[in-house]
Unconditional design. Structure first.
Length: 87
């Protein structure tokens, strides 16, 4: 399936699958939009909904320091924490 036929979340999952460590959210957004071929003028419009979908999807987990990763790659010690553990 071509990148332009995939959803932004599908692209984000594949992107993080290819990375060896958690990534900063802004870097994920930038790469996903680039891979999807979103025009610069549309990025501002699509970003808030993408962030909402990204955080609610259940595929990703916050690892601290504005970094996110795939939930299934993280140890349970990260999964057991809530947001108050991070500054």
């Amino acid at each position: 399936m071509k990148e332009k036929d995939k959803s932004l979340l599908e692209i984000a999952i594949e992107l993080l699958n290819g990375k060896q460590k958690p990534q900063k959210l802004n870097a994920i957004i930038r790469e996903v939009m680039e891979l999807k071929g979103v025009k610069a003028s549309a990025i501002k419009e699509l970003t808030p909904q993408f962030i909402l979908d990204f955080m609610q999807s259940g595929y990703f987990i916050y690892c601290g320091d504005d970094c996110w990763d795939l939930k299934d790659r993280q140890p349970t010690s990260v999964l057991d924490k809530d947001g108050t553990d991070f500054e």
